[in-house]
Design a protein around this ligand. Sequence first.
Ligand SMILES: [Fe+2]
Length: 132
Amino acid sequence: MAFEKALQKEAESFAKKLHWNLKGLSLRMTDCWANVMPKGTYHTLHLHPHSVLSGVFYLTTPPGSVPLKLEDPRMPFFMNAPQGKPMYVEVPARAGQFVMFESWLRHEVPPNQSQKPRVSISFNYTLESNDE
Ligand SMILES: [Fe+2]
């Protein structure tokens, strides 16, 4: 699939930047799905179990499209954070761009404010043994 092929090098590059040891392993896109989000639609805080890398590619982001919100991973552990440090990092949704993150990182999409749908493709990667 062209989408999978286009992102494969990006996923491998990201894993390299994370200093993952991929000896004998390969990243493989396991699934991808479209998200069509009309005004008011949202995705609650979640993570992607059974995956190692996840992300989103934005197709259509009309004015008012809300960002992806990545949660500070200390939050679920009730750990203190330096004062003034935001609990979320907001990544703007921009058509033609993608965002990739480790699948354990909780994230959400707040209620969409755009008059037209915000459209994206989300995806997951897993690690597979090269011996299979
Ligand atoms: Fe997600």
